[in-house]
Write a protein of this length. Structure first.
Length: 282
């Protein structure tokens, strides 16, 4: 999963990779099952581990979730040219919006102010994708119309949960119309992360690797399965400590657990190479 690492300033504000983190990283490395061995014989997880455990590695990154950041030149340098070509070959492409959703988005191109947006939202679209866009814009319209005080002037006072509900409540609709699928807010650890957590040997380790996502996409038919997760913050701050830690370590680690589990269910570790597991930062 691509996760940009950002500038030197950004890295300085990331979560520190301390002694406990190093011990946990080593234990998770030892617990890995099937690994990705390239045609050259190079094992990808071995390379990521050796890079992530170095003494000069002071902050968490995608490496510590055994994820490859395709936008980080330093990660590319860990592999030979031929190995990198194999790693980046046949990456899945994102599913585009439907034509109706594209046209609906284009209809807001000339919106200049709140009044224009309110007028444009008088008519609800009929197709599911456009309806999600409609609900998102309608919710933000309410935010912009709220005064005395504006919620944007008291961001931290309102808190993370308030913004999830009032700015990004549309995320709860993403599974609408899909059989047995629900978006669950504030659950405990995801099913697959919890299974990995329970394999740890100490209660301290279980606390560290049992992080819960803010939202999780789950199908509730037996057996229950997780498919996507989201992390949220009260304000959008890509260089903030919380954003960097959750975006480059916590979220990728949970996505790794989900993809690994779904692959094992199919009995072939690379069977889902052409598929996405989605992580959302809001």
């Amino acid at each position: 999963m691509p996760t940009g690492q950002g500038s030197l300033l950004t890295k300085k504000r990331q979560q520190k990779f301390d002694a406990k983190g190093r011990r946990s990283f080593g234990e998770r490395y030892q617990a890995l099952g099937d690994k990705w061995v390239l045609q050259s014989g190079v094992c990808v997880e071995n390379v990521l581990y050796l890079a992530g455990i170095r003494a000069d590695c002071k902050t968490y990154s995608a490496l510590h979730s055994f994820m490859i950041d395709l936008d980080d030149p330093s990660v590319e340098k860990l592999f030979s040219v031929d190995d990198w070509k194999e790693i980046t070959a046949d990456l899945p492409s994102q599913t585009p919006y439907s034509e109706l959703a594209d046209l609906y988005m284009d209809s807001f191109h000339d919106i200049k102010n709140v009044e224009d947006l309110e007028k444009a939202l008088k008519k609800r679209p009929g197709d599911p994708e456009s309806l999600i866009i409609y609900h998102c814009l309608d919710q933000w319209l309410d935010l912009y119309k709220t005064v005395n005080p504006s919620p944007f002037s008291i961001v931290n006072t309102l808190g993370e949960a308030w913004w999830i509900n009032n700015a990004w409540g549309v995320t709860m609709r993403l599974a609408n119309g899909l059989p047995h699928a629900f978006i669950l807010p504030g659950v405990k650890a995801g099913l697959d992360s919890a299974e990995r957590k329970n394999k740890s040997t100490t209660s301290a380790d279980r606390r560290r690797i049992g992080d819960k996502p803010d939202l999780i996409w789950r199908t509730v038919s037996a057996p229950e399965r997780d498919w996507a997760v989201a992390e949220a913050a009260p304000n959008w701050d890509p260089i903030g400590k919380k954003y960097r830690y959750e975006g480059t370590f916590k979220l990728p680690r949970q996505l790794h657990d989900i993809l690994t589990a779904r692959s094992h269910e199919l009995g072939k570790k690379d069977h889902l190479r052409g598929e996405f597991v989605t992580g959302l930062m809001i």
